[in-house]
Design a protein around this ligand. Sequence first.
Ligand SMILES: Nc1ncnc2c1ncn2[C@@H]1O[C@H](COP(=O)(O)OP(=O)(O)OP(=O)(O)O)[C@@H](O)[C@H]1O
Ligand SMILES: [Mg+2]
Length: 407
Amino acid sequence: MHSSTEIHNYIIDRLIGNGAFSEVYLAVHKLIGTKVAIKIINYERIGEEDLICLIREITIHLQLEHPNIAFMYEFFIESPYVYIVMEYVTGGTLLDHINGKRNIAENTVRNYLIDILSSLFYLHRGRSVSHRDIKPQNILISNEGALKLIDFGFSNCINSKGFDSFVGTPGFTAPEIIDDGYYDESCDIFSLGVCIYSMIAGHFPFDLQNTNSERLLSQIGELEIPPTVSPELQRLIRMMIDPNPSTRLTLDQILCFPWVQEVVPKNDRFSYFLNPIDIRFFLSMESLNMAHRKPVLDYKKSIIESLNTLGFDKKKALDEIRRGIVSSESAAYFMLSKNRVIVEDPIPQIVPKKSSSSSRHIALPYAKTKAIPRAKKPIILPSLSGDSIQKPTSRTQIPNKKGKQIQ
Ligand SMILES: Nc1ncnc2c1ncn2[C@@H]1O[C@H](COP(=O)(O)OP(=O)(O)OP(=O)(O)O)[C@@H](O)[C@H]1O
Ligand SMILES: [Mg+2]
């Protein structure tokens, strides 16, 4: 991969992150100039269960729109790769931030908690989705200092029966996930509690490779919180990492907690109408052609005109935006509307590509691409260097339980 590589309307800049099966690149839209993060996955190299996770990741993420969730502009498939194009969040991961600061001031932690709490209200209550992999590596910091959730690779729709598959990341995962039996979306509260602890203590509370629930329970019981932390915040953390999901704090209880109420958050960040996501039909990569986002009925005419100026087919763009179709036109619409950029003059020399089939795609050297240089990261505390834990061989980072379907 080098700087001149182009994929559809994007010019790839550099590798900015990677995961078990993905590589994430910074890229720029060559007509609009918007910087994006493109997550690239070779879907032919992953097993059946991981493919299900990938399909869910795309279909769920596509339907999320919240200030504390990195926005997904579009995805496209060029066998054997799938490209997920997202809002580029500039400030690095929460893990980098914790490593750089050792511990974060309580007032900042409160703002961070409120950001993720708001995204969880939206996910759980507005979209009926549980993230199931909340950890500092999956939380990014924006230019303005707001937190944004990423990586919906383990997310799933909440159902009345609950979940029973092993997912998540050891060290952040709630004990009920490790235990046999069913669990619900309150697992996200436990993981958020672990993130809050890590922010104020400067190290992770639990072993990163432990998948033994008894050991985790004993570590929860013995957890020491630095005495410099205010008693109220200590109480909040303990009640979030309560090993019993039925007594663990709920989203509403966290919001009403005195320490959180010291800065009364705006109510509109915590009330959402339920509008669940239906992912039942998405069972194969081919079925992703049906994936759509929320239709935009109150579209901005000035942005449609800007698309026209840039060389996009105005009629097609309008139709796709109103029907929630995922395409380069609708992606460009969202980039322009998020950036509030209105193009005044035509840019005659650049013509957007019409379709993916005609694209001058340069195959990405997936296996050969160098991994992000970990050593350059400011890893100060060995226990916080979550990236140094052995890379899982599967997205299901905790070995899947025998005979259990991932769900
Ligand atoms: N929208 C984005 N903006 C900036 N950086 C990003 C963005 N999305 C991902 N990254 C970077 O890429 C890394 C990996 O992304 P992500 O967590 O989505 O991949 P993954 O394959 O699911 O990872 P893992 O399997 O390790 O959880 C992130 O930790 C972050 O450093
Ligand atoms: Mg991740």
